[in-house]
Design a protein around this ligand. Structure first.
Ligand code: SF4
Length: 239
């Protein structure tokens, strides 16, 4: 088998193909070379898809997510929504998945819920992009804004896990039940999870309501504020 076909076969096996299929998109030669080397290594060591993703750097990860078709969500969305912010942020906020506005603009939390999140950040003296990174559990918009299915979450989660590995945030705030369940690895009512400190691979994890839920249930904003205060106190305790 020629080298190109072998790489394609390996990428398909790892559910990572197509990697460089975007029409008219030219990958930087150096980046393509690095990914090629990693594919070569993966083919020789039988690495899993998760292992391969866990070794990517930012440009490689972004390129992979941009062209990802690993689950059926990609077929129904406009584009993948990678995440945004300070790539060395102390704070990481994780939502569920892109909505219509995010799908159109390619950035998480840009609609009404995004405005509320920005206000929540301001309330604790933070600002989008400044020591803050914002991402979602799944990178493609679920049709009709339904919740992502467990299989879709499992397929997409390695990307967020690698983002977390690269950012190395000091505190993670999960926004809503989907983010909480995915990061905790267990299902529970959100009301029972908020208000206490959890752990994600050694990083303090706080859980609060998703801003979209707070828009529908403004009475819960007081609880969300309490959760944010706990997050701030947690961060202070680390510094
Ligand atoms: Fe790939 Fe995630 Fe989009 Fe599914 S949701 S196609 S795993 S980027």
């Amino acid at each position: 088998m020629c080298i190109v076909n072998r790489e394609e076969a390996v990428l398909r096996e790892l559910n990572l193909y197509p990697l460089w299929q975007r029409r008219n998109a030219v990958a930087p030669a150096q980046l393509a070379e690095v990914v090629e080397q990693k594919v070569e290594t993966a083919s020789n060591s039988n690495k899993s898809r998760e292992q391969l993703i866990s070794e990517l750097d930012w440009p490689e990860l972004k390129a992979l997510v941009r062209d990802c078709t690993a689950c059926k969500l990609r077929a129904g969305c406009t584009q993948t929504v990678f995440g945004v912010g300070d790539e060395k942020a102390g704070w990481l906020f994780v939502g569920e998945g892109p909505g219509a506005d995010e799908d159109a603009l390619g950035e998480p939390f840009v609609g009404q819920a995004g405005k509320l999140l920005d206000n929540m950040l301001v309330a604790i003296k933070l600002k989008r992009g400044n020591n803050v990174y914002i991402a979602n559990i799944v990178k493609c918009r679920p049709p009709g804004n339904r919740a992502p299915e467990p299989g879709e979450i499992a397929t997409c989660l390695p990307y967020l896990q690698r983002q977390i590995g690269l950012i190395q945030p000091k505190v993670i705030v999960a926004l809503g039940k989907t983010a909480a369940t995915a990061l905790l690895g267990r299902d529970a009512a959100l009301g029972s999870l908020r208000g206490t400190l959890h752990d994600y691979k050694g990083i303090p994890l706080l859980i609060t309501y998703h801003p979209a839920y707070l828009l529908r249930s403004p009475m819960e904003k007081t609880k969300a504020w309490q959760d944010l205060c706990l997050a701030v106190e947690t961060m202070k305790g680390l510094n």
